[in-house]
Design a protein around this ligand. Sequence first.
Ligand SMILES: Cc1cc2nc3c(=O)[nH]c(=O)nc-3n(C[C@H](O)[C@H](O)[C@H](O)COP(=O)(O)OP(=O)(O)OC[C@H]3O[C@@H](n4cnc5c(N)ncnc54)[C@H](O)[C@@H]3O)c2cc1C
Length: 385
Amino acid sequence: MIDAVLTAAEREIIATARAFAERVVAPNAARWEWGRRYPLEAIREACAAGLNKIELAREHGGLGLSFTCKMRAFEEMARHDYAFAFALINVHNSTARFARDAPPTLRDRLLPAMLTGELIGCAGLTEPGAGSDFGAISTSARRVEGGWVLNGGKAWITNAAVAGLSIAYAQTDPAQGWRGIACFAIEASRAGFKRLPAFELHGGHAIGAGGFALEDYLAPDEALLHPPGRAFKSALAGINGARTYVAAMCCGMLEESLRVAVRYGSERRTFGRKLLDHQGLRWKLVDAATDLEAARLLTYRAARMIDEGADAVLPAAHAKKFATDMAVQRISDCIQAMGANGLRADYPLARHLAGAKIAAYTDGSIEMMNERIGQALGATFGVGG
Ligand SMILES: Cc1cc2nc3c(=O)[nH]c(=O)nc-3n(C[C@H](O)[C@H](O)[C@H](O)COP(=O)(O)OP(=O)(O)OC[C@H]3O[C@@H](n4cnc5c(N)ncnc54)[C@H](O)[C@@H]3O)c2cc1C
């Protein structure tokens, strides 16, 4: 297990995440889903337990621990609910990025509330008209004296249902393409920000995914986090990590689904035998267990490369592609192995199936992983120029 290479402090925060997930997430996840609720109180409780500060630099009030540690902690939480884990990791990441990139005056004003979860953060790249093709965003930013005026809107933004601060991207000069994109800290309390109703999303209500419109929103100079020319690259800088932790979360969901299905199969009997004693059914779960092993190895390799500062583009793309794809198939197999009972809300499997499907889009779709891996095929296999 990869935890063996982590420090005692890192193993301790992973244990905290596991205990928190068992105590708070597992018993409430179905209620959040069925009640169509964003779990704000639980997010704030997780912040109080330090789960939004794992990778945040110590100088900004964080724990300063490794990426692998953060990934493992969120794998433990996704074991019980992908939606909650994904919402919380977006709180974590937006806090860390804001702390790193904001000028001191802005940081001093907003960071304390972000650390407690009083102010929820989000990352706004996607728009109604541009998802995979991030370079095609059309939210505009026009330079004026003392700042920038933004017009446009964002969609499919995790935590948008409640977020008070968005790290959002806008185009300053369409003729420049990706080089014209800049990054801003957008405050929901300022004039010109209009929150839109959150999406109704099967299996993902706790993500709080939604959008907002910007109508002559004035972002002061201090809100420019990355100028044109640097913002696009900064947006992509964390993408290998995001793909890797999404893969880890899929491993967490499948492991829990297998645990539930194996326990069920060892108790339920058909035709005079335990379900697990029917070879055809047992092999289905065995195939799922093999895929889980393979996905973990890909995922943990990518995580270590990220911590070592190595080029993790391809390992992260392979891990995300394989883990999300296999999770959809294998969680479905676990449900099948439980018969009709596998669908009941008393078990997390149907929710995890929806979670795995959502994971196939977040931080780059399976097709985009193929594109990334495909661009490197020649170099990988030493063919072509
Ligand atoms: C629950 C949830 C939370 C999200 N949270 C955030 C967030 O916090 N911040 C944020 O900015 N975004 C977020 N997203 C958006 C996510 O990043 C996008 O859904 C993703 O980038 C895909 O974009 P799209 O959905 O617009 O699909 P499109 O880009 O419209 O693509 C549609 C389909 O076509 C495929 N496709 C597109 N281009 C190609 C091609 N060249 N070759 C082959 N196939 C192609 C895609 O893979 C996809 O299957 C979230 C999405 C979800 C579902």
